[in-house]
Design a protein around this ligand. Structure first.
Ligand code: PLP
Length: 375
């Protein structure tokens, strides 16, 4: 059997990794400014993380959700401490798409409505409902032709209100900073208006923090900068530092209902142990502060990058926009300078999503490489 051909691959085989570095089978060291797609939050193979997962697998790796799991309770408690989201309840699943799938399901179930408002260039995942609210021409999903979704320009609150007036919308779903779609962010006023409009028209306000959550923007959640209170927040990626785990924070005004949600693996003991280690290290190593600090340094240093059109994003969720497609540059950065970066829907945008442990000296190395290639 061969692998189903899904991903265009770089010709590199990582076999180990440590902090911000990844090593291939020849022990060549690569600087990871991609974080395995915004997944690595506390650095690769952090000793605390390894200890936590190893310790847990030796005791109890898995048991079903039909019995009490104190690690889930502990994770909910710690998440509350970090995020100040006291008025929320936690449901645990395994990925970002699954989190959004469940968020949309709750919205539809509780409001009795079906239509969803999403935004142009949004990315919410590849499962059935999640892909239906994704606006990306490369991701086609005819299975969802019947899903009622209206894509609106990010920032256009008048169009959102007009759509809500039909009273058939169960949810508005938004990334506070679009990741795959190219680091686009609207104004605080816009996000506040979404909050108010959803309340006025009995629709759920879902904020997708799958990529931007867990400190990536320097705040624990990106929405916190805007002072808004979503009905549901979806989380994954950095939450497990590579161990598959996702979840939704569901506001306490939404009553639980047996049968509505469920998952065999969601919130299993190992996944919780991984996520608890992430939270511990985020705090002990002041990684939110580090994120802000290194980010400010990056934004300043970026002024020296030749041919740079714009720098976008927040914290360590950054896009460098050029006047030309970056595919070749990205390849050169990997092959010649041994630096991993990411791409976006916008072909001219290089995405930087490093582990939050990154230091200024790593930014220097990256900027030097860009100066070398683009001068
Ligand atoms: N939501 C956002 C904002 C994402 O960036 C992604 C993945 O890139 C997803 C959802 C889907 O997450 P997953 O790949 O874990 O299903």
């Amino acid at each position: 059997m061969k692998l189903f051909d899904v991903y265009p691959l770089f010709n590199i085989t990582p076999v180990k990794a440590k902090d911000v570095y990844v090593y291939d089978e020849n022990n060549t060291q690569y600087l990871d400014l991609y974080g395995g797609h915004a997944v690595i939050s506390i650095g690769h193979s952090h000793p605390e993380y390894v200890k936590s997962i190893r310790g847990q697998v030796g005791k109890l790796g898995f048991y079903s959700n039909s019995v009490e799991n104190p690690l889930q309770q502990k994770l909910a408690k710690k998440l509350t401490e970090f995020s100040n989201c006291e008025e929320y309840n936690l449901f645990l699943c395994n990925s970002g798409a699954e989190a959004n799938e469940n968020a949309l399901k709750i919205a539809s179930f509780k409001t009795g409505k079906r239509k969803v408002i999403a935004f142009i260039n949004a990315f919410h995942g590849r499962t059935s409902a999640a892909v239906a609210v994704t606006d990306n021409k490369k991701i086609v999903a005819p299975i969802n032709a019947q899903q009622q979704v209206e894509f609106i320009e990010l920032g256009d609150s008048k169009a959102v209100e007009k759509s809500l007036q039909n009273n058939d919308v169960c949810a508005v779903i938004v990334e506070c900073i679009q990741g795959v779609g190219g680091l686009n962010e609207a104004t605080t006023q816009f996000y506040k208006s979404l909050r108010d409009l959803c309340r006025a028209y009995n629709a759920f306000f879902i904020v997708d923090e799958v990529q931007s959550g867990f400190g990536r923007t320097g705040d624990f959640f990106a929405f916190q900068k805007h002072g808004i209170q979503p009905d549901i927040v979806s989380i994954a990626k950095g939450m497990g530092n590579g161990f598959p785990i996702g979840g939704i924070l569901i506001h306490a005004h939404i009553e639980a209902a047996y049968g509505m949600l469920g998952s065999t693996f969601g919130g299993n003991h190992l996944a919780c142990a991984a996520s608890l280690a992430v939270l511990k290290v985020l705090r002990e190593e002041n990684l939110l502060e580090n994120t802000k600090d290194v980010s400010a340094y990056f934004f300043e240093k970026a002024k020296t990058i030749p041919q740079l059109k714009a720098i976008k994003g927040r914290g360590l969720m950054i896009g460098l926009e050029f006047n030309f497609p970056i595919a070749e540059l990205r390849k050169t950065l990997i092959q010649k300078h041994h630096i991993f970066t990411g791409s976006a829907t916008n072909p001219n945008l290089l995405r930087i999503l490093p582990p939050l442990t990154i230091q200024k000296k790593h930014i220097d190395v990256f900027v030097e490489a860009l100066i070398h290639e683009l001068s």
